[in-house]
Design a protein around this ligand. Structure first.
Ligand SMILES: *[C@@H]1O[C@H](CO)[C@@H](O)[C@H](O)[C@H]1NC(C)=O
Ligand SMILES: *[C@@H]1O[C@H](CO)[C@@H](O)[C@H](O)[C@H]1NC(C)=O
Ligand SMILES: *[C@@H]1O[C@H](CO)[C@@H](O)[C@H](O)[C@H]1NC(C)=O
Ligand SMILES: *[C@@H]1O[C@H](CO)[C@@H](O)[C@H](O)[C@H]1NC(C)=O
Ligand SMILES: *[C@@H]1O[C@H](CO)[C@@H](O)[C@H](O)[C@H]1NC(C)=O
Ligand SMILES: *[C@@H]1O[C@H](CO)[C@@H](O)[C@H](O)[C@H]1NC(C)=O
Length: 659
């Protein structure tokens, strides 16, 4: 697909150019009168076309260039102002002063060879059709050379060394009267430093250059000056000569350009032109002149066969290249890391390509969450049609990868209604991907804390029965991890955001063991290595040992979160409320523990049942988050308390100690 703005851009640009030109034309262009007057073309565009008489190969390009010859051999082209100018003062009969300036460029297939050149001509006719090209510039017939009846004067920019006509070299500027044998000529270049220094210019360089032609009717001084386009007119002319034009030209003469090519493929361009009788010519605005085509193209029309061949070759090469690029990017896009030791985990392994497809290229519309460990995308497994969540975890250090993967794979065998089902993993360079069951109701944290920051993802809060059900589910899941499965699994990061809810608001504990990835990683990850701030058991700071009891501590904080509907640490709150566990404890000591309950929980709903249950959970939360690890219950005991099998813990000891 082509981006439409790419197509529009050059279009609008050219429209702007046209408008600028039109403005310039309206401001400056002058017409065209037989007596006096002049011509001003700052680029060759205008309403209704450009009023020039074109002949031969001459044309106006869409860019506003006057192209005298196309890149062909032995062709000629000319462009003249359609009306003649009166060069003789009608009363005195003397030749009037005139001046002209133009910018030209010669583009040749070969760097140093071209042909034949451009002339700026004052001609009695614009019908040059019978004249030959090549060294005659299309301006004069070879059989008419030197005839006084030619009534012809021109300035030649000659790029061919025709010694038979007295050319000095293949890069010169000359004055010519009725013939192509120059009356006087000089190597192309310009004087600087007040005439003390001469700089060569190469006419066929392809670079645009500016020419000034000035004739003084009184002194009969004819001057031509040349300069690179970025220089202003040099003070000293390149070539000057006294020429009495009286007997050479007619009263009324046409002005314009002619050009011809010989054996070399050459394009001759005029970018802008200004001419004025009886006065100084108006300066061209160099910066707004049309742009030449890129040098490599040379602006010429190619041989049709060559075009077809090159088009064919280009298409072939492009097809080949895009094939290669496609294959390479495809390979790179789907490249994955696969090591020998992973062979035994084959059944648990997803190809990156499969996950890429299932999440529709990890596009933003598939993004369902951004967690502490990475982004989570929704997808569907093609065969089972099962909705899954794919978590992409950036992971630079690969040192514990082997251990971690073996743990991930063993987690794939965990089966419990409150433990998220893990389907497998995939690996790329610097990235680990885990595939879980998709949980339509997302993270529990959204329902608990969202009221603090209303947003588009706002969820209605959960009523107490739902919360209590979730709490029991998480407890059951943790009990399974700690006690029931064949291996002890420490979750390491119990918190509300790691509890996911299915469509019936059943709790599924997720992200177990992920913190382990960072165990021996960089030091900046240390807090993640042992859990999340606010949920970490105090002994972790000293021993760093992860135990079932550290999970129980976090679970205690989690219980308080669910009942109080707030995060464990909220620095913007008043000091006594800031740390959740301290605030609940203080209220408990005063016998007002229920004051800490989330105001969205209706405590009077079912008689005293809700109050009893929230008190139970808050007390259990405090018990689990006891600073002394040995005082915390294990998950089996927790479940007994929650189910009413074991008595509600007596917290008087905790409440009566002064912290
Ligand atoms: C071009 O100039 C000639 C002579 O002035 C005039 O007759 C003709 O209408 C002009 N053409 C355009 C398109 O302006
Ligand atoms: C141009 O000159 C040729 C002869 O050289 C003549 O046949 C032709 O009619 C002329 N065209 C015009 C427009 O004068
Ligand atoms: C230059 O032109 C003048 C007439 O204007 C003539 O007398 C002179 O011989 C010419 N010089 C050359 C070298 O052709
Ligand atoms: C300028 O060009 C002339 C003629 O081609 C040559 O003799 C001369 O050495 C050149 N000068 C410089 C500075 O290139
Ligand atoms: C003109 O352009 C040439 C080459 O493009 C550069 O070397 C030179 O310095 C320029 N001169 C000025 C006055 O900008
Ligand atoms: C120029 O040439 C004409 C005709 O030959 C002559 O009458 C006139 O005096 C010349 N002018 C000068 C300044 O020599």
């Amino acid at each position: 697909m082509i981006n439409p703005s790419l197509l529009l851009r050059p279009l609008t640009k050219s429209i702007i150019h046209q408008m600028v030109r039109l403005l310039l034309l309206l401001l400056f262009i002058v017409p065209v009168s037989a007596n006096g007057g002049g011509v001003f073309f700052n680029g060759f565009t205008g309403v209704g076309g450009v009023n020039l008489s074109l002949a031969g190969t001459a044309k106006i390009t869409s860019d506003g260039l006057l192209q005298l010859t196309t890149k062909k051999t032995h062709v000629k082209g000319s462009a003249f102002h359609p009306l003649p100018f009166r060069f003789k003062d009608p009363t005195s009969g003397k030749i009037v002063s005139f001046s002209s300036t133009f910018v030209f460029a010669v583009r040749s297939k070969f760097k140093q060879l071209s042909g034949n050149g451009i002339v700026f001509a004052i001609s009695p006719t614009i019908n040059l059709s019978g004249d030959t090209g090549s060294q005659f510039f299309g301006i004069v017939k070879d059989t008419d050379l030197g005839k006084p009846t030619n009534r012809l004067f021109f300035v030649e920019l000659d790029t061919i060394d025709n010694q038979e006509f007295g050319d000095i070299n293949n890069n010169h500027v000359g004055f010519d009267i009725n013939t192509i044998r120059s009356n006087s000529s000089i190597t192309a270049g310009y004087y600087t430093d007040g005439g003390r220094r001469f700089e060569n210019l190469t006419l066929v360089s392809g670079d645009p250059m500016q020419v000034w032609v000035d004739y003084d009717g009184v002194t009969m001084r004819m001057e031509v000056t040349l300069a690179p386009i970025n220089l202003s007119k040099p003070a000293v002319p390149l070539l000057s000569s006294t020429i009495n034009l009286t007997d050479i030209i007619n009263d009324d003469m046409y002005v314009g350009f002619s050009s011809a090519t010989g054996s070399f493929l050459t394009s001759h361009y005029i970018l802008g032109w200004s001419f004025q009788l009886n006065g100084n010519t108006r300066d061209l605005e160099i910066s707004t002149l049309p742009k030449l085509p890129p040098k490599s193209i040379n602006g010429g029309r190619r041989n049709l066969l060559a075009v077809w061949i090159s088009v064919g070759v280009t298409v072939f090469v492009l097809a080949l290249l895009s094939g290669v690029v496609f294959t390479v990017t495809r390979r790179k896009k789907f490249a994955q890391v696969y090591e020998d030791w992973e062979k035994e985990y084959e059944s648990c392994r997803f190809s990156y390509k499969e996950l890429y497809k299932t999440t529709r290229g990890f596009r933003t519309s598939s993004l369902i969450g951004v967690g502490g460990f990475g982004r989570v995308y929704k997808g569907m497994l093609p065969r089972s049609k099962l909705d899954v969540a794919v978590k992409r975890i950036p992971h630079e250090s690969m040192q514990n990868m082997k251990d971690f993967i073996s743990e991930v794979v063993s987690m794939c065998q965990l089966r419990h209604r409150n433990i998220i089902r893990q389907h497998g993993y995939s690996r790329r360079k610097g990235e680990l991907l885990l595939v879980y069951d998709f949980m339509p109701n997302g993270g529990l944290d959204k329902y608990l804390f969202q009221h603090e920051t209303p947003s588009s993802s706002y969820r209605a809060s959960l009523h107490w029965n739902q919360r209590f059900h979730i709490i029991k589910g998480v407890a059951a899941g943790l009990y399974y991890l700690h006690e029931e499965w064949e291996k002890v699994v420490i979750h390491r990061d119990i918190k509300a955001s790691n509890v996911l809810l299915d469509q019936d608001f059943n709790a599924h504990v997720s992200d177990f063991g992920l913190a382990r990835l960072y165990d021996h990683g960089s030091t900046s990850m240390t807090t993640k290595a042992i859990g999340s701030v606010g949920y970490m058991a105090p002994e972790l700071a000293t021993t760093g040992r992860i135990t079932k009891a550290t999970d129980v501590f976090s679970f205690g904080i989690f219980l308080l979160e669910v009942v109080c509907g707030r995060r464990p640490l909220e620095v913007e709150l008043a000091e006594e409320k800031r740390v959740l566990v301290d605030w609940v404890l203080e209220n408990g000591k005063r016998g007002k523990i229920v004051d800490t309950v989330d105001s969205r929980i209706n405590l009077t709903e079912q008689g005293n049942k809700v109050i009893e249950e929230v008190e139970l959970v808050l007390n259990l939360g405090l018990l689990c988050s006891n600073p002394l690890a040995t005082e915390r219950p294990n998950m089996g005991h927790v479940i007994e308390i929650l189910e009413g099998i074991a008595p509600v813990p007596d917290l008087s000891e905790i409440f009566n100690t002064d912290a």
